[in-house]
Design a protein around this ligand. Structure first.
Ligand SMILES: *Cc1c(COP(=O)(O)O)cnc(C)c1O
Length: 388
């Protein structure tokens, strides 16, 4: 049996996979079993910010794997402490809880918010078209019924407001509300950017009513938007920030960051994770974050993003199937007029050895590694000019 047959026979059928498999990666390129080279403009869904086989990551992996991989959170872990320190020094938060994925990072945020609400307040408002994960509770937080279907009953206490509609948000909020969760750019929802006015109104209202403002930065964090965190573009300081995807440079790690006043409701025994913040993954994430900061990769993401957006804008002017573009930094969406058209374009790109992703029903997303260069962007622009 080959890889395709084995996969179809032995792996649960939850993914629609493209008929290809990769055997190695280098920089912004992936190589399949026949040594065909693909330009990676998806980065494992906003994960591989340093591309593939980056020295910072391979060296950190080699070094730490020979020292210590796992010990459990029953002991102090130096690598975890160092990573926490670096995250806190570079964010508006005071404390971190480490887990292994985005869903877990959001689970911890929900648990924090519920504890902070001290039972009288338990309602959490999220946005329609949002995406927060696949566990039952993070699915409940996800404002898309298509993902929830069949898994009911959902975790109670979640209410959905229209994205970018402050009046609708106000309607959802009452004296039982303990938190609001937002993505500054909806990723899985199709690359939709929150307006500055919307965020500042929402933030102000949250402050007035002692409602926690939770930022899901799982896809937008680690420099992708042009700042280390997307909240920095909006002049707000979230009470809780969740991270995952790019944090480990490809290794699984989740982090829930919070202000001291909120973090302190997590006391001994209230939450935990066997693997969360292991020496191995923490050491790698620490080195990835340090590199992102030292090399100014956020700034680079902004420059490269501006270049891509500027050229996309003029390119799509007379393309009848395109509805517009959205996003900033290196999380950019091309909205198409039909979902089918978007599907076809992703396939066409694959045939042309370019990896891009679909997001939402009618969007293509470009989320290359942050180390992408102008010439790589030009390759994608050329493809789009020919094929849109
Ligand atoms: C990917 C994603 C998640 C879920 O992360 P997993 O690691 O797949 O659990 C949650 N929120 C956002 C915004 C995401 O992009």
């Amino acid at each position: 049996m080959d890889v395709f047959e084995k996969t179809d026979k032995f792996i649960m059928n939850t993914y629609k996979r493209f008929h290809v498999f990769f055997t190695k990666g280098e920089g912004v390129y992936l190589f399949d079993d026949k040594n065909n080279r693909y330009l990676d403009f998806l980065a494992g869904i906003a994960v591989n910010i340093l591309g593939h086989s980056h020295k910072v990551i391979t060296q950190a992996i080699e070094k730490q794997s020979k020292k210590l991989i796992h010990v459990s959170n029953l002991y102090y872990i130096k690598e975890q402490a160092d990573l926490a320190c670096l995250l806190i020094e570079n964010s508006c938060s005071d404390k971190v809880f480490f887990s292994n994925s985005g869903a877990e990072a959001n689970e911890a945020a929900v648990k924090l918010a519920r504890l902070y609400g001290k039972k009288e307040r338990y309602k959490i408002i999220t946005m329609k078209n949002s995406f927060h994960g696949r566990t039952i509770t993070t699915l409940s937080a996800t404002g898309q019924t298509k993902y929830q279907k069949g898994f009911e009953p959902m975790t109670p206490g979640f209410f959905y407001a229209q994205f970018n509609d402050f009046e609708d948000l106000k309607k959802q909020i009452d004296d039982k509300t303990c938190a609001v969760i937002v993505e500054f750019i909806q990723g899985e929802g199709g690359i939709n950017t929150a307006s500055s006015q919307y965020i500042s109104d929402t933030y102000k209202l949250c402050k007035e009513k002692d409602i926690l403002f939770i930022a899901d930065e799982i896809q937008t964090g680690m420099g992708r938007t042009g700042k280390l965190f997307a909240y920095e573009h909006y002049g707000v300081e979230p009470d809780i920030i969740t991270m995952a995807k790019a944090l480990g440079g490809g290794l699984p790690i989740g982090a829930t960051l919070a202000k001291e006043e909120i973090a302190k409701v997590f006391t001994y025994g209230t939450h935990g994770s066997t693997f969360g913040g292991s020496p191995f993954v923490s050491y790698v994430a620490f080195n990835v974050l340090k590199y992102v900061l030292e090399e100014g990769l956020a700034k680079k993401a902004e420059e490269k993003g501006n270049y891509l957006i500027k050229n996309l804008k003029s390119l799509i002017k007379n393309k009848k199937d395109v509805a517009g573009i959205d996003g900033f930094g290196l999380i950019i969406g091309l909205h198409t007029k039909s979902g089918e058209y978007a599907n076809e374009l992703v396939l066409k790109a694959l045939e042309n050895k370019i990896l891009i992703g679909k997001a939402g029903d009618c969007s293509i997303r470009f989320e290359p590694p942050l180390i992408v260069e102008k010439e790589h962007i030009d390759t994608v622009l050329e493809f789009l000019d020919k094929n849109l």
